[in-house]
Design a protein. Sequence first.
Length: 268
Amino acid sequence: MINIQKTTIILSVIIIILSTIASIGGIFLDGLYQDNDFINRVWLGNDIITLVLAIPLMIVALIHTVKGSFKAQFIWLGTLWYMIYNYLFYSFGAAFNKFFLLHIFIFIFSTYAFILALTSLNLVWLKSKLIDNVKIPFKRISAFLLLFGVFIGGMWITMSINYVFSGKVPDGITQSGHSSAVVFATDLAFLVSLLIVGGLLLWRKNIWGYTISCFMMIKCVLYPLVLALGGLLAYQETRQYDPLTPGYIILGIGCFICLLNLLNGIEV
């Protein structure tokens, strides 16, 4: 039995409407984004993936969650987390633009909807499904999450430490045209830490380890597509190539496989 607060559903509908407006505006309004050419093309790729994949996935997942699907509930959680992570970048990483308030409101509404959605999880039911579950390869998925977290976290930490001793600002920061390390900060706080915590808890078949892994894998399936498409569009415009793009794609495929295993392990 799924018990979803009406407020959470209303917030999700508002998020869908606002993110649709933001994505369409980002695609079709010339001059909306005020960053350099490389970053502007990345925003374009982001808006396309959000419009054609993330938003439809949220709509379908929300509908099936209301109908009582536990699998859909975890997918819905994952799309809310995608919105939090995604519009955090728009709110704090993009140069000030006409959609600033729209982006920050999507971020705020997504955050509260995600918190409320977590409270609707039937933890007793979930625990009963995870105990002695032989369908889910807990340790293999856990190992992947830990390696993923160490890989991304290791890159950002290594670059940051290198700056301490060399004084050379990492290319990922100079390429953005901003002096702030919003990508490093966001990934370390909202990606790396959760991959590691989720991976460790999942190893022990903990219900929060399963929950974290599910919503993180949804986000981590969608975001490599954002990075790959954004990188391609940026290359067409600026001839600057992100050498990490193949790695993003490989990680995205790994996340998709993990997600299938996690969701196939529960029956409804």
